[in-house]
Design a protein. Structure first.
Ligand code: PMP
Length: 417
């Protein structure tokens, strides 16, 4: 008898049988409030009827129109539809299956387009687990330890982690940009640097929103040195942060945008977007994949875009995100062990610390486990695993947010009490 490899590390013991909206139902019929959304994927909720209908229709028409062999309409239609929501000028798209693959594609594009090798990432970043993307990932030991040597050419600059430094956002931003300037005249000379790759909210690294001035500082340096600004919107895209794209909280237009997760409501699909003039510098055929731009995934993505627009999920993410942040702050006010509450839109987190301000992963794990016992599914993150994050589907109602907060308050009291 075969068994699943212990390589698989699962955050909860739930066996999910069925999903509907913000809920998952397990084998015993128990209902779980899913504030993980499949790691920020099921933005339209589990099995949104319009996504289901679109995918079912496509399954009976054409499942696999392999895109390096033949073209198919769902891919063409999706390209057109994404053109309506992408930042001005990012009018050329290439599709793959996962966030990591799209990150890899952006590295190739940046190296081809600039003729330079180095990619600068920011400490605490998560860009994926494939070997190129892993070289850009600094969110924790498990993503790097024992698998090297990783792809050369990745340089790491500080991300403005104000809470960790005990600084204001302004101080942290000033420090991070100064260190970046130093890096560009030392370890990664500007003339050798192809791109900055940045998350608008440091995701797996601890749910730390990039201060707008930081992203704007990157844009300014990118322009000054002919470096590309690649924004990894894999987790922050499609309304998650209360704007359609996470980078829209700052005045910093990306040269390349990476997207996946929320794009297709759970079907594997990712894309990179860039100006056509930039994409033309990539070598045709240098990217691809058997399943890239799968027809069913594209049909689901088209329906996803329509649901986001028709149900104003971006607006709802802003409103419910504020409600969630407010409630999390109230819980934190009763528990000094929650040292920080932060986030953008429906990407919110609580950071657990010991009385002397050190990361407290054990407390976070207890709160996470106590929440799961009460039927509230959450995830941890952060290099030390001491941050508990909430990423509900964007269809979540105020009442469901309040339900989640009540369960959270109870779980935290149990875990810390
Ligand atoms: N970039 C970011 C910002 C992510 O959050 C993730 C996934 N958590 C990835 C890339 C990698 O995506 P995937 O797991 O689909 O390869």
């Amino acid at each position: 008898m075969a068994t699943l490899s212990p390589l698989l590390k699962q955050a909860t013991p739930v066996l999910a049988e069925r999903g509907e909206g913000v809920y998952l139902y397990d084998a015993e019929g128990r209902r779980h409030l899913d504030f993980t959304a499949g790691i920020g994927v099921t933005n339209t909720g589990h099995c949104h009827p319009r996504v289901v209908e679109a995918a079912q229709r496509q399954v009976g028409t054409l499942i696999h129109g392999q895109y390096t062999t033949v073209m198919h309409r769902p891919l063409l239609r999706l390209t057109e539809a994404l053109g309506e929501v992408l930042p001005e000028g990012l009018d050329s798209l290439f599709f793959l299956n996962s966030g990591s693959e799209a990150v890899e594609a952006s590295i190739r594009l940046a190296r081809h387009a600039t003729g330079r090798q180095n990619i600068v990432v920011f400490h605490g970043s998560f860009h994926g687990r494939t070997m190129g993307a892993a070289a850009l990932t600094t969110a924790g030991t498990k993503f790097r330890a024992g698998i090297g040597p990783l792809m050369p050419g990745a340089a790491i600059a500080p991300f403005p982690q104000a809470y960790r430094y005990g600084w204001s956002e302004e101080e942290a931003t000033r420090f991070a940009l100064r260190e970046l300037d130093y890096l560009l005249v030392t370890a990664s000379p500007a003339s050798d640097t192809a791109a900055f790759v940045v998350e608008p909210v440091l995701g797996e690294g601890g749910y730390i929103p990039a201060p707008p001035a930081f992203l704007e500082g990157l844009r300014e340096r990118a322009d000054r040195h002919g470096i590309l600004l690649i924004v990894d919107e894999v987790q922050t895209g499609f309304g998650r942060t209360g704007r359609f794209w996470g980078h829209e909280h700052a005045a910093a237009r990306p040269d390349v945008l990476i997207t996946a997760k929320g794009l297709a409501s759970g079907f594997p699909l990712s894309a990179i977007a860039a100006p056509a003039a930039l994409m033309e510098k990539a070598r045709p055929g240098s990217q691809g994949g058997t399943y890239g731009g799968n027809a069913v995934a594209c049909a689901a993505a088209l329906a996803t875009l329509q649901v986001i627009a028709d149900e104003d999920l971006v607006g709802n993410a802003a409103v419910q995100g504020a409600r969630l942040n407010d409630g999390l702050r109230k819980v934190a006010a009763d528990h000094p062990a929650i040292g920080d509450v932060r986030g953008l839109g429906l990407m919110q987190a609580s950071e657990f610390t010991t009385p002397d301000g050190e990361p407290d992963a054990a407390a976070a794990a207890r709160a996470h486990g106590a929440a799961a016992e009460r039927g509230l599914l959450l995830l941890t993150c952060g290099a030390y695993g001491n941050v508990v994050r909430m990423i509900p589907p964007l269809i979540v109602t105020g009442e469901q947010i309040d339900d989640g907060l009540a369960l959270w308050a109870d779980a935290v009291a149990d875990a810390l009490g």
